[in-house]
Ligand binder design. Sequence first.
Ligand code: ZN
Length: 237
Amino acid sequence: MSLDVLAIAAHPDDIEQTCGGTLLRMAEMGYRTGALDLTAGDMGTRGTPEQRLAEAEVAARHLRLQWRGNLRFPDARLENNIGARMTLAVKIRELRPRVVILPYWQGRHPDHYHASELGYEACFLAGLAKLPLAGKPHRPFKIIYASQYVPNVLPSFVVDITAQFEKKLKAIFCFSSQFSPPKELQNLFPSRADINARMGSEARHFGHMIGTRYGEPFIMREVAEVDDIVKLRVKSI
Ligand SMILES: [Zn+2]
């Protein structure tokens, strides 16, 4: 398999929340997209891993993903160790993505920043020809970081997801074990309406940065190249 874009994240539903609109937009443009969740969320208060895996499958259809997998690494204690790096590197060789989307390298949940570092290092290892790993060496051309969970960090660019936003929400709400808690837990967890409002205001915030209704933010370590400064988008403020 050879994907154009592969998103890697710690927990099922992280990808939907941080880059679901962008993945769907890329699929609508004809690109082959995929998602790899590193854990099944075994430590989550709500739902079983099996439930979350089944929910991820349904969400994948809303995002029109060509491929989705889960490495079943231990949730809430995700580690960037050599075993995890090698396993992930083999997967990257199998999927051969040109672009990889990773979580931003800082955040509140340790799994998120461990996933970021683990993903970055696995992309590097996957390209080393002499490493005793299954598959043909492959190093993704580009790594970008989804930064929606860290809204105080200025993104390098924002993708307009106005046309994809409703479907992104649908994909998020496929994880009903997370977002539709049983009655007795309802006062402990945010309601669906609260999450809807939060997702809406975050997407509006980032959309506003580029003059559109809804957006998803990304960070890259490299500088962007521009060919035509006359066609630069986003009006000066
Ligand atoms: Zn997460």
